[in-house]
Design a protein around this ligand. Structure first.
Ligand SMILES: C[C@](O)(CO)[C@H](O)COP(=O)(O)O
Length: 238
């Protein structure tokens, strides 16, 4: 079974809005619905779990009914941090998932994930045991010496930008979160499943990423999202 684990537990304070960013309406539907639709229409996705902000579970269920997201099977609560939210989502599946099921972890605020990205992350995970979507860098990356200066750079050919979706076998994911939280490894700061896995000594495998798969963090990102939607609409009309 291939299960999408969508993380939508954030309160979105970086966007300075009353509504959490995953629930902001863009044209005719909220951001989270665009994300859910991408998984709903992918034929290899069997079921969807959403880790959702408390107080928004009923709203989410109502949207799922309205927009026919029939694969949505579980809604559970987030935690105090992103890592706690993902861990909650993983634990919540313990009676429903087998160790070799594939869990596709995805940020609810990346609504432009497309079919080919999802297909590749599932295929690489099936073959290698895990997969993280990745893209090359096209800027030069300098390390800061202090806030005003630098004298060291990292050759960009040696770097990849890793995003979600990321796919892991359920058994490995459960083992990793249990170990990480018990031994306090890879769970602080900006840690995510990918960095935690590496901190636990695991090797990760790259799958095809997409520059279009933006994370909606700031208000500018919302404008970019709208522009992409308009572009798609115009392309379909032609
Ligand atoms: C994939 C990710 O960039 C971590 O590698 C993730 O999107 C981070 O999410 P955050 O909420 O900005 O920490």
């Amino acid at each position: 079974m291939n299960v999408a684990l969508i993380i939508a537990g954030g309160s979105g304070h970086r966007m300075n809005q009353d509504i959490p960013k995953q629930f902001i309406n863009i044209y005719d539907r909220p951001v989270i619905v665009y994300t859910l639709e991408a998984f709903q229409k992918h034929e290899e996705i069997d079921a969807i779990e959403v880790v959702c902000l408390d107080g928004w579970h009923d709203v989410l269920r109502a949207y799922a009914n309205q927009f026919n997201i029939t694969k949505l099977r579980w809604i559970t609560s987030g935690g105090a941090t992103g890592q706690e939210s993902i861990r909650n989502g993983v634990e919540y599946l313990r009676n429903d998932c087998a160790d070799d099921d594939i869990i596709i972890v995805h940020d609810g605020i990346r609504p432009l994930v497309d079919v080919s990205v999802l297909s590749d992350v599932i295929a690489v995970c099936r073959q290698k045991g895990n997969a993280v979507t990745a893209m090359p860098y096209n800027e030069q990356i300098f390390k800061i010496r202090d806030e005003d200066s630098t004298c060291e750079y990292i050759p960009r050919e040696t770097l990849r930008r890793v995003a979600t979706p990321q796919a892991y076998r359920y058994g490995k994911l459960r083992w990793a979160y249990e170990k990480a939280f018990t031994e306090k490894i890879g769970i602080y700061g900006s840690a995510y499943t990918n960095t935690m896995m590496v901190d636990l000594g695991e090797t990760l495998y790259f799958a095809k990423g997409s520059d279009r798969n933006i994370k909606l963090t700031t208000k500018d990102d919302l404008e970019l999202f709208k522009a992409y939607l308009k572009l798609e609409e115009n392309t379909w009309l032609k």
